[in-house]
Unconditional design. Structure first.
Length: 708
């Protein structure tokens, strides 16, 4: 009455509103009751099934009634299954290291242990730690003993898998090889989702783990069920390249790269990758650059890393399918090197990973992060180089020992203490240099090697090492920086400064007066019967050409230098003064074919530069550039051979005037050039006929086969 009076409602309206409120309250109560927390009891089929050889009782029920209850509980929705019928059995395949492998028929509800017992038991010595012998068996499954553990069949399948024939277990599919139809057979994966998986695989070059399925459109944690994960095999590279590098290995023990290899192999094992090759860059800097010649003929500063370049070539050609390193800065500290790696990773869809973390160089985010990290590593190396350089400048100004590198001969590693035995060697070298007549560096190194005096590195002495130990400023107690003496060092000298300066001046004077020009111009023209070229040599009877044993020759053939040179000169001048030969050579020097070869050579060299620029700007692929370069370089080689062999500079100058006068004005190097132009294969020197005495026999000089 109050509501009717207050709101002005009629009686029938109040009744309708009351009914509506009652209905809403009933629905709310029902929703609350159905949504309450309830305890769920697992089906009792496993308890009801009789073990192999057992009585067949379950949960207090016996006989047919108990088996029927178990069968009803075994199938969702209460659908009966023959596995739970009276006397039902399952069929399993027991293989591996058992005494009687094969098909075994067991009562429903049997466990793995029952199957092993039916197969005669496990063979002695077989490891069964990974085998769950308490697991219940499913009809149609396979039990393998001693092999890799297989995923357990899903419960409640009744011995079959959706999408496969009844009574058989579905085989795992590979994410990187499965078709849409094969993926469609997986639980929870329909044709649309299977197509999404294939599209993602095509865009990203494959999967590296099952977890990447979460990035596929339409897949989340619920869809990526544990059962589906067990039925999928992720791609695992089998030809991964492990790159290990350390910048500075003073001990030369390679322990740093050894540790990196151990960690890299452990990572490969965790990922399931196969390592096909380990490329070691020991004592190799990824930051220091050297001046190198580029394919287009220009020079530039680049890092010199043959191992890294070999890894890129193998990845680009498919010999390797993944790259592993300890860290990204072990792979690259120079941005150019990183860009080369990115090009290969994108083109070949190669995964790159490291012990300290993974960067996917095939995605834009991964490439940006890698570029940032390499830029930071490059700056870190530059800062370190700057600080080290400034430290060395300060140490030099203070006269301190710089340290680093190999130990200086004559001093301990820190440079403060003299080693008496080595100091005596340095004083002996100085005495030999200043003696009258002074000993040569070659004589001194031979004497030190004869006395078996060890060097710092353990290698034999040579002329350069002899000069180094006696001429370096530290033996005089002087501190040098960047090749210049900047002051007195804080250590005791082995040689006084005056004597050290005299030694340096004596050796510098010898180097200034040495004539290093070619004297024996038949070097590279005369050959021994063993195939080794004869070298100019100073023998007991004077200069000669000899198949020198110190250079790998047999030592059996020798000929006097002046007689051999005189005979070759006579033959050359006789040939060049013959009118028909002179006309032929003049035609060769001025022929249109040679001019065409020069023009073609210039065009090919220009084309090589164009291809190199196009490859650098990614206008053509690296494979196209390499194929074109091979063809053009072959033409360049042929053109240069024609121009050089047909009319070398010295021969053209000789043909321009009087041949005999021109010959007298040629240098030894030019004379050799003319001889090789006329006889490219040179001469064979035959053994000396002792029956003719010591008279020179011109017949010993025979043109080699192939000479023009």
């Amino acid at each position: 009455m109050w509501l009717q009076t207050r709101c002005g409602l009629e009686r029938r309206n109040v009744v309708a509103l009351s009914v509506l409120l009652v209905v809403a309250a009933v629905f709310a109560l029902q929703h609350f009751w159905t949504g309450r927390t309830q305890s769920v009891q697992a089906p009792e089929v496993v308890r009801a099934a009789a073990p192999f050889g057992g009585s067949g009782t379950a949960s207090g029920q016996t006989g047919v009634r108990g088996q029927r209850a178990a069968a009803q509980a075994a199938v969702p929705g209460g659908v009966s299954n023959t596995a739970g019928a009276p006397g039902a059995e399952i069929v399993v395949d027991v293989g591996g290291k058992v005494r009687e492998p094969g098909i075994q028929r067991l009562p429903a509800g049997s466990r793995v242990a029952d199957a092993l017992k039916a197969a005669g038991g496990v063979r002695p010595g077989t490891n069964t730690d990974t085998l769950n012998r308490a697991r219940f068996l499913v009809d149609g499954e396979q039990v393998v003993v001693g092999g890799p553990p297989a995923p357990a069949p899903a419960p409640g399948t009744g011995g079959s898998v959706t999408g496969g024939p009844a009574g058989t277990a579905a085989a795992p599919v590979s994410l990187n090889t499965a078709t849409v139809d094969q993926l469609d057979t997986l639980p929870g994966v329909g044709p649309v989702l299977a197509q999404h998986i294939v599209d993602y695989r095509t865009r990203h070059g494959g999967f590296r783990s099952v977890d990447e399925l979460r990035e596929v459109n339409g897949i989340g944690d619920p869809t990526l069920s544990e059962y589906s994960r067990n039925m999928i095999q992720a791609y695992a590279p089998s030809r991964a390249i492990l790159l290990v590098r350390i910048s500075d290995d003073k001990s030369e023990a390679a322990k740093g790269v050894g540790r990196q290899e151990d960690d890299g192999r452990a990572l490969a094992d965790r990922l399931g990758w196969g390592v096909a090759e380990v490329i070691v860059e020991n004592d190799t800097s990824a930051f220091k650059r050297r001046k190198v010649k580029l394919p287009d003929g220009t020079t530039a500063l680049r890092t010199v890393r043959p191992g890294f370049r070999s890894a890129l070539d193998k990845l680009a050609t498919g010999q390797g399918d993944a790259l592993i390193a300890y860290d990204l800065d072990r792979i690259a500290r120079d941005p150019r090197d990183l860009e080369d790696l990115i090009d290969v990773a994108v083109a070949r869809q190669v995964p790159v990973t490291s012990v300290t973390g993974e960067l996917d160089l095939r995605t834009e985010n991964g490439k940006v992060m890698a570029r940032v990290l390499v830029a930071l590593a490059n700056k870190s190396s530059a800062d370190t180089a700057r600080r080290v350089s400034r430290t060395h400048e300060q140490m030099a100004a203070e006269g301190k020992w710089n340290g680093g590198g190999f130990r200086g001969y004559g001093y301990t590693r820190m440079g403060m203490e003299i080693i008496p035995e080595e100091a005596k060697v340095i004083r002996n070298i100085a005495a030999w240099v200043l003696a009258e007549p002074g000993r040569s560096l070659n004589w001194i190194k031979d004497e030190l090697n004869r006395q078996k005096v060890p060097t710092v590195t353990g290698t034999p002495w040579n002329a350069r090492s002899v000069r180094s130990v006696v001429c370096k400023p530290s033996v005089a107690g002087l501190r040098a920086h960047r090749g210049e003496v900047v002051g007195t060092g804080q250590w005791k000298p082995i040689l006084d400064r005056d004597r050290w300066e005299r030694v340096c001046a004596t050796l510098a004077g010898r180097a200034g007066t040495a004539d290093l020009t070619l004297k024996r111009w038949l070097t590279g023209v005369l050959y021994c019967r063993c195939g080794h070229p004869l070298d100019g040599w100073q023998g007991n009877g004077g200069p000669r050409y000899w198949c020198a044993t110190p250079k790998g020759g047999c030592g059996r053939i020798a000929i006097r230098a002046d007689r051999a040179e005189g005979e070759v000169e006579r033959q050359v001048l006789d040939l060049l003064t013959r009118p028909h030969v002179l006309a032929r050579l003049d035609h060769i020097a001025r022929t249109e074919a040679t001019d065409d070869a020069r023009l073609e050579l210039a065009e090919d060299e220009a084309q090589l530069k164009q291809f190199a620029r196009a490859a650098a700007h990614k206008e053509i692929t690296f494979g196209e550039y390499r194929e074109a370069r091979t063809i053009i370089e072959q033409r360049v080689k042929e053109s240069r051979a024609l121009i050089t062999s047909s009319a070398p500079r010295a021969l053209r100058a000789l043909l321009a005037g009087d041949v005999r006068k021109g010959w007298e004005g040629l240098t030894p190097a030019d004379r050799r050039e003319v001889v090789l132009a006329l006889l490219p294969s040179g001469y064979h020197v035959l053994p000396h006929d002792r029956s003719k005495g010591n008279v020179f026999d011109p017949a010993r000089l025979v043109p080699r086969a192939g000479a023009a």
